[in-house]
Design a protein around this ligand. Structure first.
Ligand SMILES: Nc1ncnc2c1ncn2[C@@H]1O[C@H](COP(=O)(O)OP(=O)(O)O)[C@@H](O)[C@H]1O
Ligand SMILES: [Mg+2]
Length: 252
């Protein structure tokens, strides 16, 4: 078996509130495989976003380590892109400029930046909306811009923190399926995805593995591989069985 891409080893996180210490993560270890979609799930406040922030280097764990190919994650120069619950678009820039701006450090040629921005906007179904401003778009379309922006940077690792949670069910379902289609295209980055969600159906639909966290102070209850063939039929018996196993593992 190929060695794991990313290894989180005995992560611990305590936050200080005045004189009281809140243990967010007690002892969290898991692995992330290359070219797979891994989802972290668990109850609200169990530290899911904290773990993503540690991977992104925004938060330093109180204890434990995160390594990539055996080296500390902050030393490997991993290219990461992130999509969050709400699309942090710049309201004074058009859709196209919102994508171009993240490419400025990566691509010095303006023509190539424009070409790349347009290509990725098209990929997420936003051709025709290049000149629109964020406030003119629906929530689902704004989130599409966030995806275009993240994917256009060609990340080694895509991080998503509840990216569909603020969308209506139809927009969420459409965007999930389109994202899976893009991910299944072997020519497109990123192949390695880490997602957080508390929606179990979504986790089963998208993931190769689900890391289930317990209540704060949290530990990993189970790392559950999901081997259902893709594209997954979210109305099949085997799909419901997987959802059921995740819910059972969560309530242990
Ligand atoms: N910057 C912070 N300062 C203090 N406490 C925090 C901070 N970030 C998160 N926490 C606390 O850590 C716990 C886990 O938070 P979080 O990672 O956001 O959980 P989740 O994403 O699973 O809902 C919560 O109890 C939260 O209040
Ligand atoms: Mg969170």
């Amino acid at each position: 078996m190929e060695a794991s891409f990313l290894v989180a080893d005995h992560l611990r996180m305590t936050y200080q509130y005045g004189k009281t210490e809140v243990v967010a993560l007690e002892d969290v270890s898991f692995t992330i495989e290359r070219n797979k979609i891994t989802t972290i799930t668990g109850p609200s406040g169990c530290g899911k976003s904290t773990i993503l922030k540690m991977i992104m280097g925004i938060t330093k764990p109180t204890g434990g380590s995160i390594t990539v190919d055996g080296r500390p994650i902050n030393r490997v120069g991993l290219k990461m892109a992130a999509v969050f619950q709400t699309s942090a678009l710049l309201p004074w820039l058009t859709v196209q400029k919102n994508v171009e701006i993240v490419l400025e450090k990566l691509e010095t040629d303006e023509g190539k930046r424009v070409e790349r921005a347009l290509r990725y906007l098209k990929m997420v179904g936003l051709d025709g909306f290049e000149e629109a401003y964020p406030k003119e778009l629906s929530g689902g379309m704004r989130q599409r811009v966030s995806f275009a922006r993240a994917l256009a940077t060609g990340p080694d690792l895509l991080i998503m923190d509840e990216p569909f949670v603020n969308l209506d069910v139809f927009s969420a379902e459409a965007l999930r399926e389109e994202l899976l289609d893009l991910w299944e295209n072997p020519d497109l980055p990123p192949r390695t995805v880490i997602m957080v969600t508390h929606n179990v159906d979504e986790a089963v639909q998208m993931s190769d593995k689900i890391i289930i966290l317990g209540r704060r102070p949290s530990r990993v209850l189970e790392e559950m591989p999901i081997t259902l063939r893709r594209p997954r039929n979210i109305r099949s018996d085997e799909f419901y069985q997987s959802v059921d196993s995740v819910i059972t593992a969560m309530s242990r």
